[in-house]
Design a protein. Structure first.
Length: 190
């Protein structure tokens, strides 16, 4: 194992015969850890604040959780399975942006939504850990270009982090909105 830099951050990589190897077990373990992280980040948010948005174009906490739930069961696991299978099956269509309104995410029950996401994540983790030795270079020709199975796994984890950041940003915006006339500039740049 050696260390490398990406986007100014140090990370560990596996190297075999001079080829950088993906560490799927690490990525899968992080998907498991992220389920708890996401649940912890929304713990204690009031029912009213679950639906709160800093502006009309933003998502609420509840919309983020429902998005993660639908992505878990209809996107990443399904598309990775099809890609690994290599039988030429088409990816099912998805509409993550449209689902926010068409599926009325903000009208749903928070506890059921969070439980749904956590349950689907557990199904995903069990499936991912059961795969064994797979070809992470297996390809799928998507409308936007070739996607490898490893690209999908890496994207799945990155997707978690994008929405974890979104939840943190919602907390910050909610806190600032409740700060009244007082400014948070002493905290530093965001």
């Amino acid at each position: 194992m050696r260390k490398a830099w990406r986007d100014g951050k140090e990370f560990a990589i596996l190297e075999v015969l001079g080829v950088i190897m993906m560490n799927p077990s690490y990525l899968i373990d992080q998907l498991g850890e992220n389920a708890g992280r996401i649940a912890a980040l929304v713990k204690g948010v009031s029912p009213e604040d679950m639906r709160w948005k800093p502006d009309p174009s933003s998502w609420s906490f509840l919309e983020v959780i429902n998005h993660l739930w639908d992505e878990e069961r209809e996107d990443f696991r399904v598309r990775l399975g099809i890609t690994l299978d290599g039988a030429g099956q088409e990816w099912p269509p998805i509409d993550p942006e449209g689902w926010v309104t068409s599926r009325r995410y903000n009208a749903r029950d928070f506890d059921l939504s969070l439980a749904g996401f956590l349950s689907e994540r557990e199904v995903s983790l069990l499936w991912l850990r059961s795969l064994g030795d797979v070809n992470w270079d297996a390809e799928y020709e998507a409308s936007f270009g070739v996607m490898r199975a490893g690209d999908l796994l890496a994207s799945w984890l990155s997707h978690d982090y994008l929405h974890t950041r979104q939840i943190v940003e919602l907390h910050r915006a909610r806190g600032l909105a409740r700060s009244g006339i007082y400014l948070a500039k002493y905290a530093g740049d965001w």
